[in-house]
Design a protein around this ligand. Sequence first.
Ligand code: HXC
Ligand code: NAP
Length: 266
Amino acid sequence: MTFQADLLFGRTALITGGGTGICRGIALALAAHGCDVAIMSRSAEHLAPTADEIRATGRRAVAVPADVRDPAAVEAAVTRTVEELGGLDILVNGAAGNFLCLAEQLSPNGFGAVVDIDLKGTFHCSKAVLPHLKKNGGVVLNISATLHYLGTPAQLHVAAAKAGVDALTRVLAVEWGPYGIRVNGIAPGPIADTEGVRRLLDDAAKQRAEKTTPLQRLGLIKDVSDAALFLCSKAASYITGVTLVVDGGLWLTSSRHAFAAPPEAP
Ligand code: HXC
Ligand code: NAP
């Protein structure tokens, strides 16, 4: 059997938040499988080095600075992407904001900032790419989380935003399926060496997460980018409206605190 590195050959993708962290990993994975990639976020400094890494794989890269909260800027970024790459097949909505803050202390602006980036940003970008994805069918992939599956403290703003993102995934899957557009999500658990984990988990919390996770480790960026490759490729042709949890089983373990403990790991 030969190793297939052209799962997405000839495809084009736009990845928000693609300059850093998990979405940089997704950008590089898609490029390694033949996809030309545009990356978008607020800071040109975050985008330029990743765009160079994409070009080093032999694919075309476009770095488009834009704020996903600004629908006009998003429209312009999509137009530029299509002009430079000649079309658009895949959108990955990864741009997000997060900080720890109890609801009691959270200001309206703090709540709004995260909802505006994660949820409204996902709406603006999905809307802006629709005319292009309609031409040949395509894929929207929304990066969510598992924080809203339970009552995660100090994460009200993010939980509300990501719950909304999951709702967008389901509704758009139904509305856009007839256009040949698949809309899915990925819900990562804590992923090592990312800004999200730096902001949310100190060393003790990381160790607790490792022990509690059935697969006994934090996630890797590659765990998420492998799932993204699958969902963006023809291997997932009949999958839409799904948010795939990539967390080593962590979110399921809340029952562990209420019922009998599972066997100790060897
Ligand atoms: C309380 C805070 C705060 C904090 C900001 N705010 N940080 N409130 N605690 N630590 C409040 C501000 O006081 C302000 O409200 C409002 O939020 C907007 O703040 P700004 O700094 O003006 O916003 P902005 O410059 O737009 O920045 C957005 C941001 C910032 C989300 C606040 O942190 C950011 O740019 N983040 C991008 C990178 C990031 O967060 N990556 C992690 C993604 S990981 P007031 O009322 O004062 O005006 C993730 C999931 C991880 O999402 C899951 C791991 C398991
Ligand atoms: P990250 O590197 O900070 O990624 C967030 C990206 O969003 C950054 O590249 C940032 O770039 C961009 N961004 C933020 N605000 C923006 C805005 N208004 N407009 C455009 N771009 C904006 O964090 P990460 O930890 O890798 O997280 C990536 C994704 O995975 C997020 O959706 C996050 O919610 C999700 N997630 C992460 C984890 C984890 O363990 N890390 C767990 C669950 C879910 P600029 O600063 O240049 O704008």
